[in-house]
Design a protein around this ligand. Sequence first.
Ligand SMILES: [Zn+2]
Length: 416
Amino acid sequence: MSTGSTPGSPARPTPRPTDQADVRRHNAALVLGCVSSSGPLSRARVAAHTGLTRATVGTIVDELLAAGLVSEQGTRSASGIGRPGTDLVLRPDGAASVGLEINVDGIVVAVVDLGGTVRHRAARSGDLRDRTAAAVLRSAAHMVDDAVAVAYDLGLPVRGIGVAVPGLVDLGEQVLRLAPNLGWTDVAVVERLRFYAVTHWPCPVVLDNEANLAALGELWRGGHLSTDSFVLVNGDVGVGAGVVLDGALHRGSRGFGGELGHLTVAPEGPDCRCGARGCLEQVAGLDFILRQAGVRDAPRTGEDAVTPLLTRLRRGDERAIAAVRQAGEALGVGVAALVNLFDVDTVVLGGVFAPLFPWLDEPLQAVVRRRVLSAAWAPLTVRPSDLGRDAAVIGAAYAPLRDLLADPLTVVEESA
Ligand SMILES: [Zn+2]
């Protein structure tokens, strides 16, 4: 695992192993992946699932047990004949990571264990557009410090930190190149977070775009996905998309893909903070919706920003409903473009779009039916993210754990 790893790249374990050490790493990932996805399983069944010999599985399982990544569960004798076996399960507290989301309207941290359970969550709301990158990153570093301490108190070994930001991330350099809504350019987020941290973080820190990480979070913990190809559309002040095809995140050749918010939907439309005009987020983002709905009492801060709007929607306020419908129609134009390009059958709405789903769904679907060429033969499922606004922070926590699952020997070697 390295700080330069790409959390959203396709799950890794298949490059052809070339030497003995590679074979060992590859097999360890196979065994852990098998227990993680299909456990509880006996060693014999792990061998049958993976095609490895029982002796190989036995050696690897001993290492994974010693590293605390799997545990044994009860004893059983499937046939009633022979030696009773012991089932293996993933050990949820065998590893944990810290997810950090820095967004326009606040900062969220979460400690998530290997089983995907959020063990600690803290949020600080506030319009970050009013603050400098240095001030924001200093606050964020201290929140991560606290989260690492909480994990330590819970007995959870922190194996990585994932950071979600609303902009273009240079994955190789781990630099945020541009976040138009924050007004940040070329910010070395990981380096500065480590600099501001009070404690030393003895683990990798990975940086990625929030919509990509939200899609990863959805893939991991979202549940109910009958497909492994979907687009997660994350809404806030900005709008982003994470495109997952065949279970792998597709981010483009330089990692900058998925900028749905800057898809032109009205060439002569309002100016966007990116410098262009008529971008989707100018007619579907949270600022637009609140303005159109006439919601001036909203604090513009993450957790609470949609609360006054939701109150109005629930009591049938016509102006609020019209504002969300208008955003839904604009979103439909963007989603139709994605479906025409990628033929995904599911679109998941995350961020503030999740609580607004009951009012967004119908206008969005109506536009999609009109604009998607295959609509008559290939219906589209649109649904809210089960993770709601936490998809990005959970995905951020998942990024380093996913690396660990793909190469568990890093933990085995450290604990040896
Ligand atoms: Zn734009």
